[in-house]
Design a protein around this ligand. Sequence first.
Ligand code: NAD
Length: 423
Amino acid sequence: MVSVAVQNELNVYESAEARFEVAAKKLGLEEGLYKYMKYPNKEITVYIPVAMDSGHLEVFIGYRVHHSIVRGPCKGGIRFAPDVTLDEVRALAAWMTWKCAVVNIPFGGAKGGVICDPSKLSNGEVERITRRYTAELSEWIGPERDVPAPDLGTNEQTMAWVMDTYSMHVRHTTTAVVTGKPFELGGSRGRKEATGRGCQIVCDKALTRLGRKRENTRVIVQGFGNVGSMAALLMYQAGYRIVGVADIHGALYNEKGFDIAALLDWVHGQHRPLPDFPAGGARLSTHDVLFQPCEILLPAAIENQLTSQNAHRVQALILCEGANGPTTAPADAVLEKKGVFVIPDILANAGGVTVSYFEWVQDRQGFFWRESEVNERLQDVMENSFDEVVRYAETHGVNNRIASYMLAIDRVAFALKLRGIYA
Ligand code: NAD
């Protein structure tokens, strides 16, 4: 049985709140501002009736939480997963506010989710869920209001359906209503690789700080979806040695390193199970691979992977959080004591929302950039944000995670004071 303390530790909303509390206290945030930023702006629950292929009618529950519109329209992904909860969506929405503020792009935070298991639904059923969910939210989303994007269980195709449904409602094609769209519908070059590329950029920065070289750096990546596979591929191409890989089916570990281009073809090209990769190493569970020898650990799958119960087993020097919330709040202290250099999620995986911002800008201009231009701008944003977080940590004597929250909260509070409260 899991104890109540551990259950609370695994509640991502409590994890997000715990860090917010520490950062707000360190900043000496006045009480009114603290309350304003602690709670979401708006929470919407929708009940989505869907005609299933079998002919019966099913009702799915969906959420959209707007955490903040202080610095701009709110922005955040849509998650389709069986274990979506309102608490989780709340936490993810707040993280989006802080993430956009850390990389200093003009958005607030939102998140959405539908309780469903896309792997058990037909394409047509997923499309009908997406379209009705979008229709129910059509008053609340829009290029100037709330701009969704893909997350777990959703992808470019889902965003194309959201864009089309919204456009039908407003009677004109509105590409800027979502990001992470197919390129042919106003998507940005470089968006697919952006989150993984951002992870590589901040890992490069961390290596420089620690005086290490890519060639002598072993990396373990948990998750081989959009973020994990792209981070692994780009880091492999840049000379890192990827010694551990994992997805929901299991993990492989090999000190000699994997050919990630071949693994990508195996998993995503040939649709074969990751742990059956022929040039593989030792088979491990998706969980155990986190604790194998490496210099960089890059969790890029789901939440709550490192907890107060297991964080002492991490062997890495650097933790780069590709996923949102892979580390619980109590695990932070364990990692700090071990001296692990943490690149917190709201910085490490912000490459995705940064290029989403570029996509929104390009859609609104109707003018599309070269991939090299997207990547150069992303590099600038990630490098500057890394430097700002590390500087903040040194100046205030806090760890990188609390520094990133402080930087973000400070920016949102400043904007809020300038705007004032409409009464
Ligand atoms: P995805 O659906 O493309 O891939 C998820 C990967 O995780 C898959 O390889 C899957 O097999 C694996 N996985 C799922 N459940 C697992 C489990 N229980 N144990 C181990 N592995 C498991 O999702 P994604 O877009 O790559 O997102 C991954 C994480 O990164 C999420 O936390 C997401 O919120 C975060 N994130 C994504 C983006 C983005 O641009 N896609 C941006 C920022 C943050």
